[in-house]
Design a protein around this ligand. Structure first.
Ligand code: SAM
Length: 335
């Protein structure tokens, strides 16, 4: 079979991410009752190798912890907050937050992806009672843009090619997001598929939007961002990872040469963010996974290749940053 065209190959990476998550759930690394609704014939899917399951676990734990802290800090500050997930694919985070203890502070959750992906997601949502029930009563949920978009009171699914100029794709967000509420941007495994210029234009659009005082209360919201990505693909191991993707026709224009964990925060700092940090998945696994959890997951499956696991995990990082409109917010020091 001929490899799919470039964009189809990029969209197919969403199925990989969803299958990896499903596998980690089936093997009890993670708890997520929603992911099976996004994977066709979920019960027939074979599990992924232990190394992938552990990687998926560390990535999910790291990002979940940051998002949870963000929501809890917003809760402490007594403000509602908003989340925008770019290249959201089949992510289940909205459903997990909305059925968990932090749902009260979530005012808006927006997901963007290619139209083919959002259409598939909208159909999966309509088909599943479990997914639909979380969105609100049926009369509050509507499809739009010929089934490629879906709107509910808190949740919005919007088709967009993020490589296009922001002035073409983001205006619909202005009606959904208040510039005075703390807002978290999620880029989970997506920026590597776009040029650095396109990624920077996306982040800058949000910086500008959240620097413009809200017409209703005159305030500007705190802007946060989380990026999960591969990096350091020039060493021998990285070259193998890159070649595997390229063999499937996935191009990686965003894979910047010679990025290090230390240089990753420039993603945010170049846009005037107040602070930014990055950690590799290897460091997160070594130092930030709770020992009781380490013990629990070590019993789930046999994993002999610790060295290989560390090599893989050292090529993935989570970078997070925050941009404060003024010095008052507590987020900077705590996150
Ligand atoms: N963020 C999800 C997660 O972590 O499970 C999905 C990750 S998947 C590896 C990458 C996603 O980014 C795919 O759903 C793909 O369609 C989306 N994507 C990549 N380039 C995009 C673009 N230019 N515009 C919109 N979506 C894009």
């Amino acid at each position: 079979r001929a490899p799919p065209d470039g964009d189809a190959a990029i969209r197919a990476t969403d199925s990989d991410a969803a299958l990896a998550r499903l596998s980690a759930v089936q093997k009890q690394y993670l708890a997520d009752p929603f992911i099976r609704h996004f994977v066709p014939r979920a019960h027939l899917q074979p599990p992924r190798p232990p190394l992938i399951n552990v990687g998926t676990y560390v990535r999910a734990e790291g990002i979940d912890k940051l998002v949870d802290q963000w929501l809890s800090l917003a809760e402490q500050e007594g403000t509602d907050c908003q989340i925008v997930s770019l290249g959201a694919g089949s992510d289940t985070r909205f459903w997990r937050i909305s059925s968990g203890p932090r749902k009260a502070s979530l005012k808006a959750y927006v997901e963007l992806d290619f139209p083919e992906v959002t259409m598939k997601k909208a159909m999966a949502i309509r088909k599943s009672k479990d997914l639909s029930a979380v969105l609100g009563s049926p009369d509050e949920v509507r499809l739009a843009s010929g089934g490629m978009a879906l709107h509910a009171p808190t949740y919005h699914l919007i088709p967009a090619d993020l490589r296009k100029p922001p002035s073409e794709i983001f205006p619909p967000l202005a009606g959904l997001l208040s510039p005075s509420h703390p807002t978290l941007l999620l880029f989970e495994c997506v920026l590597v598929y776009m040029s650095s210029a396109a990624s920077a234009a996306v982040i800058q659009w949000f910086v500008d939007y959240f620097s413009t005082p809200s017409s209703s209360d005159g305030g500007c919201g705190v802007l946060g961002g989380i990026v999960y990505e591969m990096f350091g693909l020039e060493d021998s191991f990285g070259r193998v990872m890159k070649a595997n993707l390229q063999a499937r026709n996935v191009s990686l224009p965003g894979a910047e040469p010679y990025q290090t964990a230390q240089s990753l925060p420039s993603r945010f700092l170049q846009h005037g963010f107040t602070m930014s940090n990055a950690l590799t998945l290897r460091d997160i696994r070594r130092a930030y996974v709770d020992p009781a959890e380490q013990e629990r997951i070590s019993h789930l499956e046999m994993l002999d290749e610790i060295e290989e696991l560390e090599l893989v995990l050292a090529h993935y990082a989570i970078t997070w940053g925050v941009k404060l409109p003024r010095e008052s917010a507590a987020l900077q020091a705590k996150w």
